[in-house]
Design a protein. Sequence first.
Length: 353
Amino acid sequence: MLEQLNQIESQALGELEAVQDEDGLQRWKVAHLGRNSSLMKTFDQLGGLSKEERPAVGRRANEVKRALESALEKSSSSLRQVALQRLLEAERLDVTLPGRTTLRGRLHPATQTLREVYRVFGEMGFQVYRSREVESDEFNFQLLNFPPNHPAREMQDSFYVDSGAQRGDNPILLRTHTSPGQIHAMREFAALNPDNPPPVRIILPGMCFRYEQITARSEMQFNQVEGLAVGLNITFGDLKGTLTDFARRMYGQQVRSRFRASHFPFTEPSAEMDIECFVCGGQGCAVCKRTGWLEILGCGMVHPVVLRNGGYDPERYSGYAFGMGPERITMLRHRIEDIRYFWSNDLRFLEQF
Ligand SMILES: [Zn+2]
């Protein structure tokens, strides 16, 4: 009986050495420690042994059982170690590889210029006033002193919206300039105190739309940013001082500027402002078309009719307004030759800013 137990032990331990994986281990366990294994059957036979034999055989059988169990434990943990090692080899991960950079968006070049304009005028006490892009003919033209059939409308061929309800002499259209915002803003300010309207210092940015042939110089959609100052005792001198300071802050302290007489229906008198060409320093080059000057904005004193339409009595109040195109400023600064790049969504262009 003892001899048999020794044999069971040595056979089981021998077979265990050949086991390679978890499945094999499980099969080995069933074969040598399971209910039908030779070892377990030995325990069943203990009752049939003589009193003298029983203790020795029982002790030995327990010894063998413990030996097999601990061998199984050892083998199982070393198998797990090997499996882990294999996994580490197969799924090697190099933590020293640099990470992939995330693609980040950036501000559109026209928006960057707009924000610079906000910054300069913000320092001078102007607020940003946003106005709607869909307007009525009344706000886009009539209240700004463009009566129906006024020739100046010719320059602003428009996208009219067939809304059904609003036709006749007040159709709906996409705004052709940011100026209707002047009327909205003045009326909003005036409503705060109709007898004594507060002063207005605002800039109005936004997209405008005109029914234009698209070329390298003109687009049917573009940004405009305009400014409006209304109050007591505002003169043309204030306009010139403010805009000259703007030009210096935007284009450098040394930049010279000049005003030329012009015409707009909603300002009187009206002017256009040039700055000395920052490409050639006034010598004359292709960018300034050999003149040494670059036109950067239109401006003027707010027309009395416009003041009255905004709720400000032109006998007491005066004001000035100005407007410019952020895309045009960006084109001049970066010598961009085709305005169509701005809305063509070409990353090769946009990523340069
Ligand atoms: Zn030049």
